[in-house]
Design a protein around this ligand. Structure first.
Ligand SMILES: CC(=O)SCCNC(=O)CCNC(=O)[C@H](O)C(C)(C)COP(=O)(O)OP(=O)(O)OC[C@H]1O[C@@H](n2cnc3c(N)ncnc32)[C@H](O)[C@@H]1OP(=O)(O)O
Ligand SMILES: O=CC(=O)O
Ligand SMILES: [Mg+2]
Length: 726
């Protein structure tokens, strides 16, 4: 039980209070008195409104449930008229374009990957901020993008056969990124600076140059033997690293030791679905890591192969200018990914603070504290600069419709007053991941038109909400088929069209969702080229390696050109509002049903047991075919809602689900046997809090607000923490 400090009607758990007073407030230009007074009045002003928004969600859900109970249509005019009637569908605003100022180039003008990382994992978070630049050689060598054929297995030590494949493949990519006037990088034997110009010698003795000399920006090292050459292409940068003495460069005719790509242009430091943070202790860690990132002081010791190194944030990268940039000083490029912070949504409360004795809405607390911390970047208090334009970037997830966006906009305005920064300093990323937001997206953007910096199709939460909203309409298609139904394609396309119509191109990001299969990079290369092709100027990746590989797509595809050719008027509402139910319930035989159930239950247990027992909010969990899947609260929402839906419509029985849970608990324990920190569920499933959490998520899934998983996860994790503390 936390001890609290009292500030009028507000109480603050001691460890969070100490962190704010001793670390977050000093040098922020905000006095403790002003801050706490502001905090108290912020909760006074917004707590009831927050609760009213949640009550409105429930009211709409009940109306929708009643409609389906009475056999209402599941698509078409009657259905849409009903949704309009209850206020779920709202009127479109007058035509407008967004008006956001002071947006960094990385968001407004560069098309490139967006990395997401759980902020409470400092090791990963530092890796993420440094993932602005990534080794293409490592990304190719270490993944299935390079096949194992013909003796190219990765093995335990360096395999020169694989290495040669990497080099050839990288040079083929270079032909797209840096076309030569003649021939190919595959034939290059040297890169030289002569009379201020870059020349490339070829295996046949010829000398060539870049097709576009302006691509070369600068170099590092001796002008006669540069160690690095830096180039620009499609708004992104890349470095050729040359060292003929290095193990890789030695075997390369041009002495190239690596090709380093600008990769994670932006990163989302996640306080939400990839994080397990349930109390003051956890939230203080979340906020202190954010402060460390804003001040550039975060560090962590990383031990690998018997060596320990301290991981810190990387400095900017400097180069001597190429001839055409000679009139400039040195060329400096950002060394770190531009950071957003994803706050939690409007749903949860947290007892890290109490207002009038009740746990406060966690989203309000996140907004206030992450913005206060962000102010240190604006003041230049840190070792590095995050936003060169003086903005604080907050992603707001899981908002339902325009009134909830308006609430966040008003909240941010009030927070700006408390932390004493100009209006609209706090920018907003709007996750389009709830159905009521998708179908009213234009109105949502309009409510934040002075601060919106991205919209993003969070298709995972969106799928969970699709199921929960229409829980009583009938049994849903199996999970794989849900992705092939018209609703999702229409949702993705309408999101881009709406973003373009509202003037986001050149001012903000139109983003696409996560690649959730972290080890399948060859498949990612195939699938994720679809994102820039669809007009998205960013898309989520789960790891730095994935960022480096996905960056290649933005070199191949000029997103801004594509955006200018797309149909802005597409709205797709009919398809978006066609519920993806099982077309022929009888078409799924018993075997297929059990297989779907096994897969869902395995994913749920594999994720939930680590969340509840170990406090790990994002995991790679093997599916039934042993393919590791990224699981977070959003994927859990899908799996648990899917089973709840099949239970509600008798596609599966309660006993069948319980038997499956028991069988899969054993399997999940076996899968984790190699983890010394793992706390198994078997043999006593009744006493295993993680197992009970998984059962609750399924059997009480229908009654969960919007099908969200966090109320039950938080409750069970708190129980577990208490048990562990003895
Ligand atoms: C629906 C949504 O909301 S999606 C957004 C939420 N999801 C996420 O944020 C996913 C983030 N990704 C992750 O957490 C992880 O990549 C996982 C859980 C999917 C896989 O993790 P692991 O199995 O530990 O990864 P793996 O063993 O393949 O790689 C570990 C290495 O990669 C790094 N790494 C993995 N993911 C990331 C990341 N997102 N950012 C930075 N570094 C990362 C780690 O730092 C580690 O390197 P290190 O040893 O040098 O520190
Ligand atoms: O937050 C992302 C999602 O897909 O959900
Ligand atoms: Mg989400």
């Amino acid at each position: 039980m936390s001890q609290y400090s009292q500030y009028g009607r507000l109480q603050v758990a001691r460890e969070l209070d100490t962190f704010i007073n001793e670390q977050a407030l000093p040098d922020s230009g905000v006095s403790a008195a002003a801050f706490w007074q502001g905090a108290e009045s912020l909760f006074a002003q917004f707590t009831d409104k927050n609760q009213a928004l949640l009550a409105r969600r429930e009211q709409l859900q009940q109306a929708i449930d009643d409609y389906h109970r009475h056999g209402g249509e599941t698509c078409g005019d009657t259905y849409q008229a009903f949704l309009r009637d209850i206020g779920y569908l709202t009127d479109k605003p007058e035509a407008f374009t967004i008006d956001t100022d002071n947006v960094d180039r990385e968001i407004a003008h560069v098309a490139g990957p967006q990395l997401v990382v759980p902020i409470n994992n400092a090791r990963y978070a530092l890796n993420a901020v440094n993932a602005r630049w990534g080794s293409l050689y490592d990304a190719l060598y270490g993944t299935d993008v390079i096949s194992n054929d013909d003796g190219a297995e990765p093995g335990d030590s360096y395999n020169p056969v694989r290495g040669q494949k990497v080099i050839t493949q990288a040079r083929e990519y270079l032909d797209t990124l840096l076309p030569l006037a003649t021939s190919s990088h595959v034939q290059s034997t040297g890169y030289h600076i002569e009379s201020g110009k870059l020349s490339v010698s070829l295996a046949n003795g010829d000398i060539t140059k870049l097709a576009d000399a302006e691509q070369w920006l600068g170099y590092r090292g001796d002008i006669n033997a540069p160690t690095a050459l830096v180039f620009a292409h499609n708004g992104l940068h890349l470095e050729l690293q040359i060292d003929p003495e290095s193990p890789v460069g030695k075997a390369d005719p041009a002495g190239i030791k690596d090709v380093v790509l600008e990769s994670a242009v932006t990163t989302i430091m996640d306080c939400e679905d990839s994080v397990a943070a349930v109390d003051a202790e956890d939230k203080t860690l979340v906020y202190s890591n954010w402060l460390g990132l804003m001040k550039g002081s975060l560090s962590v010791d990383v031990s690998k192969g018997g060596k320990t190194r301290t991981r810190r944030m990387q400095p900017d990268r400097q180069y001597a200018p190429s001839k055409h940039t000679m009139n400039q000083d040195d060329v400096t490029l950002p060394g770190r990914s531009l950071m957003f912070v994803r706050n939690v949504g409007h749903l949860m409360t947290n007892d890290a603070m109490l207002f009038d004795g009740e746990p406060v809405p966690e989203g309000i607390m996140d907004g206030l504290i992450t913005a206060l911390i962000g102010k240190h970047d604006i003041l230049g208090n840190g070792q590095f600069k995050n936003s060169r334009e003086g903005s604080i970037y907050i992603v707001k997830p899981k908002m339902h419709g325009p009134e909830e966006v308006a609430f966040t906009d008003a909240l941010f305005s009030e927070i700006e007053k408390i932390i004493d920064v100009p209006a609209n300093t706090i920018k907003m990323g709007i996750m389009d991941e709830e159905r009521r937001t998708s179908v009213n997206l234009e109105a949502c953007i309009s409510e934040a038109r002075k601060r919106v910096v991205f919209i993003n199709t969070g298709f995972l939460d969106r799928t969970g909400d699709e199921i929960h909203t229409s829980m009583l309409a009938g049994p849903f298609a199996d999970k794989a088929s849900l992705k092939d139904r018209p609703w999702i394609k229409a949702y993705e396309q309408a999101n881009v069209a709406t973003g373009l119509r509202c003037g986001l191109s050149g001012r903000a990001q139109i983003g696409k969702g996560m690649w959730p299969i972290p080890d399948q990079m060859a498949n990612m290369m195939e699938a994720k080229s679809g994102h820039p092709k669809a007009g998205a100027n960013t898309a989520w990746v789960p790891s730095p390696t994935a960022a480096t590989l996905h960056a290649l797509h933005y070199h191949k595809i000029d997103v801004f050109k594509i955006q200018s050719s797309l149909d802005e008027n597409y709205d797709g509402l009919n398809d978006i509002l066609t519920i993806p139910l099982l077309e022929e319930p009888a078409s799924l035989n018993d075997k297929a049903i059990q297989r779907e159930l096994d897969n869902n239950v395995q994913g749920i247990l594999g994720y939930v047991v680590r969340w509840v027992h170990q406090g790990i909010g994002c995991s790679k969990v093997p599916d039934i075919n042993d393919v590791g899947l990224m699981e977070d609260r959003a994927t859990l929402r899908i799996s648990s809602q899917h089973i709840a839906n099949w239970l509600a419509h008798d596609v599966v029985s309660e006993q069948q689900v319980r038997d499956t849970l028991t069988r899969m608990a054993k399997l999940v324990d076996e899968q984790n046997a190699g983890d010394p920190d793992y706390i198994p569920m078997t043999p006593d499933l009744d006493a295993a809090i993680g197992f009970q959490a998984a059962c609750d998520l399924i059997f009480e899934g229908k009654a969960q607000p919007s099908g969200y998983t966090e109320p039950l996860l938080h409750q069970r994790r708190r129980e577990m923490k208490k048990k562990l503390a003895g």
